[in-house]
Design a protein around this ligand. Structure first.
Ligand code: HAM
Length: 421
């Protein structure tokens, strides 16, 4: 049997990859305007980074990591998310020594051993941003606004923003106890996962699809926030309102990672089967300290947006994003001497900044014209024996059928001029 790709992975082929490139360009452009700079960190890190950073009680660390020993028997893990690696790099490269907030972004593959379904893969791609070094609620709002604008600019409709505050460790400790009290009478009826969450991370019970009925009437975290958390959350909301960004407060939102403090948020949209959360993020004061030591603790906030989910929702909404890019020129030489000239001219066109192609399969003129059509060539350049003897080529504008005989030395300039730039 032929070898197949691993379960939960995808081949992104030409014809579709152009959509990815379009979305990635939009992401980079938003980052440029918000003054976020790209960071590239390793695809694999030591396992300990994620155990400490993402949290031992999360689904990710408990059951979804691609962990393996390297040849020297060190435990390594394919990154299941981007924040822990960025924070490690921030610490290791002493970015905390810089005078400004570190505003970083990344686009790349992440890996989680999950049960694949529409919108859920084992290798998926995130566009993520992290702003590390300030507690200012304006940064929380900026991060939320940036994701909102990104979705808007790529043409995604019906995206709603949900926000919550998950407090700081001290108000969360009180809330945890309240939740345990609330769930105690039904503890035995909860699903197996939630029975173990009860002791270790009861907030996650609120997030469980199977146990929704038992969560009805559960206390709200917002009633347990201390003054600092309440003020922070109010300021985030004020900034969002000032920016004209509509949001919904969802006090039951629990993100699947342990590092969040204060603001947590998710973007939701319909269009991907059972999944309606298209991305999310939040503030993580304390994570830098967890990874780098309390002496250099710095607050941070960020998001991670799944790119597969963007494409799925765009498709469901019938939004046509960039498809195959047209070719500027398809060059056809008839007869050996003209073919040699075509090969030379092709290089000249490419060096002049045009995208150009020829036939490599010895096909007849008609088949070559079809090939030019498949590549959506805007011009075909035909060199027959007559043209060759005159030192010219016939440049045909495919859209109009108009033809012009042009000296070989002027073909690149003629196409650039006709193309309109
Ligand atoms: P997360 O909620 O675990 O957060 O993942 C963020 C997004 O990545 C999800 O909303 C989804 O779009 C995408 N995603 C996650 N798992 C999969 C999967 N198996 N298949 C397809 N897409 C997936 C984080 O990863 C945090 N690091 C976000 C963050 C950054 N928080 C602060 N800074």
């Amino acid at each position: 049997m032929s070898i197949q790709k691993p379960k939960g992975t995808q081949d992104i082929l030409p014809g579709v990859v152009e959509k990815w490139q379009y979305i990635e360009e939009k992401a980079r452009d938003v980052c440029r305007r918000f003054n976020y700079k790209e960071i590239r960190t390793p695809i694999f890190e030591t396992t300990e980074l994620f155990q400490r950073g993402v949290g031992e009680t999360t689904d990710i660390v408990e059951k979804e990591m691609y962990t393996f020993p390297d040849k020297a028997d060190r435990s390594m893990t394919l990154r299941p998310e981007g924040t822990a690696g960025v924070v490690r790099a921030y610490v290791e490269n002493k970015l905390y020594g810089e005078p400004d907030v570190s505003k970083l972004y990344y686009i790349g593959p992440m890996f989680r051993y999950e049960q694949p379904q529409a919108g859920r893969y084992r290798q998926f791609h995130q566009f993520g941003i992290e702003a590390i070094g300030a507690t200012d609620p304006a940064l929380d709002a900026e991060v939320i606004a940036m994701g909102y604008l990104f979705y808007k600019e790529i043409g995604l409709k019906g995206v709603t923003v949900e926000i919550n505050s998950v407090g700081n460790p001290s108000c969360r400790a009180v809330y945890r106890e309240e939740l345990q009290k609330f769930f105690a009478p039904v503890k035995d009826k909860l699903c197996k996962d939630c029975q173990s969450r009860y002791d270790r991370n009861p907030m996650r019970i609120l997030d469980c699809k199977k146990d929704q009925e038992y969560g009805v009437g559960a206390p709200s975290i917002l009633d347990f926030l201390d003054e600092e958390c309440t003020t922070h959350f109010a300021k985030v909301q004020r900034h969002l309102t000032d920016m004209g960004i509509e949001y919904v407060i969802n006090p039951r939102m629990v993100r699947g990672l342990d590092y969040y403090t204060h603001t947590a948020f998710e973007y939701k949209a319909a269009g991907i089967g059972a999944i309606d959360t298209i991305s999310g993020g939040g503030r993580y004061n304390g994570l830098v300290g967890t990874i780098g030591g309390s002496a250099i603790d710095r607050p941070g906030v960020g998001f991670g947006l799944g790119l597969e989910r963007v494409l799925l929702v765009l498709e469901a909404q019938g939004v046509d994003v960039q498809g195959v890019l047209p070719l500027d020129a398809y060059v056809i030489g008839m007869g050996e001497a003209a073919e040699n000239e075509a090969t030379r001219l092709l290089f000249e066109l490419r060096a002049a900044g045009l995208s150009a192609e020829k036939d490599y399969l010895g096909r007849k003129m008609k088949a070559q014209m079809k090939s030019a059509d498949r590549f959506a060539a805007r011009f075909t350049v035909i060199i027959g024996e007559d043209e060759l003897s005159r030192g010219t080529a016939m440049v045909k504008t495919m859209a109009t059928g108009e033809q012009e005989e042009v000296p070989l030395a002027n073909v690149a300039a003629a196409i650039a001029a006709k193309r309109g730039n």
